[in-house]
Design a protein around this ligand. Structure first.
Ligand code: FEO
Length: 170
């Protein structure tokens, strides 16, 4: 049986990951509306990854015979007034998610819950990649976004992203 606080945080993380998927779908919608289909593709795939993260937390609780409580997902409430805003929102959000993962890790560590710590190891590494990718999006846009031809090529590059299932299998 897992610790009550750890269970609560793991259960909450299901909701947070689904919210991340919602936020990225909202960002994809912004870019679709603005005819940047490559950016929209990149964030649609990002939303699929977040759904996968949510399902991993759900499955981990199920495997440990913990009842899962699905809660209401908040409406994404960011407003975007230019093409850079969604990228900045994405980068900021990933840092927030990193803090959530670290918080669960801290709770598991405090009760010597080695099983949950090992499960979370994948997410600790994943968050390093998520922050790196989000920062790259911001930096590339800052470098190329003001020039229409470069923006077109960047959009083409992002259109090539394809979905891959998470490497973590439970
Ligand atoms: Fe589920 Fe983007 O971290």
């Amino acid at each position: 049986m897992l610790d009550k606080k750890v269970i609560e945080l793991l259960n909450d993380q299901i909701n947070k990951e689904f919210y991340s998927a919602y936020l990225y779908l909202d960002i994809a919608n912004y870019y679709t509306k603005n005819d940047l289909d490559g950016f929209a593709n990149w964030y649609t795939i990002q939303a699929q990854e977040e759904r996968d993260h949510a399902l991993l937390f759900l499955k981990y609780l199920q495997i440990n015979s913990i009842p899962v409580e699905l809660k209401a997902i908040d409406k994404p409430d960011k407003t975007f007034s230019n093409h850079l805003d969604p990228l900045l929102a994405g980068a900021e959000h990933e840092r927030y998610v990193t803090s959530l993962i670290h918080n669960i890790y801290d709770a598991a560590y405090s009760v010597k819950d080695f099983r949950t710590m090992q499960f979370l190891d994948w997410f600790v590494k994943e968050q390093m990649e998520e922050e790196e990718n989000a920062d790259k999006m911001v930096n590339k846009y800052k470098l190329f976004g003001d020039d229409p031809k470069s923006l077109y090529l960047l959009d083409q590059e992002l259109a090539a992203r394809v979905y891959t299932a998470p490497s973590l299998v439970l």
